[in-house]
Design a protein around this ligand. Structure first.
Ligand SMILES: Nc1ncnc2c1ncn2[C@@H]1O[C@H](COP(=O)(O)OP(=O)(O)O)[C@@H](O)[C@H]1O
Ligand SMILES: [Mg+2]
Length: 310
């Protein structure tokens, strides 16, 4: 396994406020890695450290063995960063924009043209290469924003919440674009607060909360950590204080959490459902619904962090 990103005990504080708290992480070359977490988790801050826009308060991070602080110039030449706001110029055509961004990296024109051609065909923008950026559709603008970050053939493409504000169709198109870029061998680091996006798009996921790592792994690993199954019981009147502790002490139950629908129970092996329902009934609850499902990433987050996803 070849590592492309190594994060060693990174912390970042603003005054007394620790936004990143001792995060260590390895990211393997060639994968799509998702940094998932609720708003304020510290995702953008970590991305800024990795893309040399912000210095860590302590710790080190390396991209392809280069230190993001002391080897900043070299790091910037091997990463592409897709900012949340479009970075291209509206009044320039697609080709002119790529020419501009390429020249910023000191690439000679003929090389820029070659690379532009490749990128535009990959991102399905070829036919629009002479159109002004301002005349492009929303989806095409998103792709042009990505194209500008690829002109210098980066080894790693970093995207900070690229799908915020996109409708479901554009979001799916964005995922296809990211997969196409990854298919060419570029490692992808993407942040998102959409569980579904991380679940469907990424090879591995790190879930962050309050500047700390909650859990990291493949979707399967994360879900397995939750226990094998989830049972949701809805009942009335829904007074769960005592029931929760009784159900929680059953051997195979890994967690028992009250939510809007009632009680959500995660468990390994077969659950003694009869025994559980009897606990409900003996405490005056009328069973309204019992549903069983596979654990979601949200379940993994709740269990590992002890907090609701917000
Ligand atoms: N420049 C800054 N000064 C002070 N606090 C900041 C600064 N940047 C971010 N924060 C705080 O750090 C926390 C994490 O922010 P951020 O990394 O943007 O989270 P995320 O991208 O996961 O939503 C938030 O509480 C935010 O208010
Ligand atoms: Mg952010």
């Amino acid at each position: 396994m070849e590592l492309i990103i190594e994060i060693r005990n990174i912390s970042k504080s603003y005054g007394d406020f620790k936004v990143i708290d001792n995060v260590s992480l390895n990211i393997e070359k060639g994968i799509i890695f998702g940094l998932l977490g609720p708003n304020g988790a510290g995702k953008s801050t970590l991305i800024k450290v990795l893309s040399c826009q912000s210095r860590p308060s302590s710790g080190h991070a390396y991209i392809s063995g280069l230190d993001v602080v002391s080897d900043k110039k070299e790091v910037l030449s091997i990463i592409g960063v897709v900012p949340q706001e479009n970075s291209f110029y509206d009044e320039l055509t697609i080709n002119e924009n790529l020419m501009f961004f390429g020249s910023l990296y000191g690439i000679i024109n003929i090389e820029i043209k070659k690379q532009s051609h490749k990128i535009l065909s990959m991102l399905k923008l070829e036919e629009k290469s002479n159109s002004r950026a301002s005349d492009l559709s929303g989806g095409m603008k998103t792709r042009l924003n990505i194209a500008c970050a690829l002109i210098h053939k980066p080894q790693v493409l970093i995207l900070d919440e690229p799908s915020v504000g996109l409708d479901p169709v554009s979001r799916k198109a964005l995922w296809e674009t990211i997969q196409a870029v990854n298919g060419e061998g570029t490692t992808i680091l993407i942040t998102t607060h959409y569980m579904e996006e991380a679940d469907l798009l990424c090879d591995r996921i790190l879930i962050m909360n309050r500047g700390k790592i909650v859990i990291e792994g493949t979707q399967e690993e994360l879900k397995r950590k939750v226990g094998e199954k989830v049972v949701q019981i809805t009942s009335s009147p829904g007074i769960y204080e005592v029931i929760k502790s009784k159900v929680g002490s059953i051997e195979k139950v890994t967690s028992c959490i009250e939510n809007v629908k009632g009680l959500k129970i995660t468990h390994t092996d077969e659950l003694p459902l009869q025994e559980i329902l009897e606990i409900f009934i003996s405490h005056g609850e009328k069973i309204l619904n019992v549903g069983s499902s596979s654990p979601s990433l949200e379940d993994a987050f709740i269990l590992a962090s002890g907090e609701e996803w917000h």
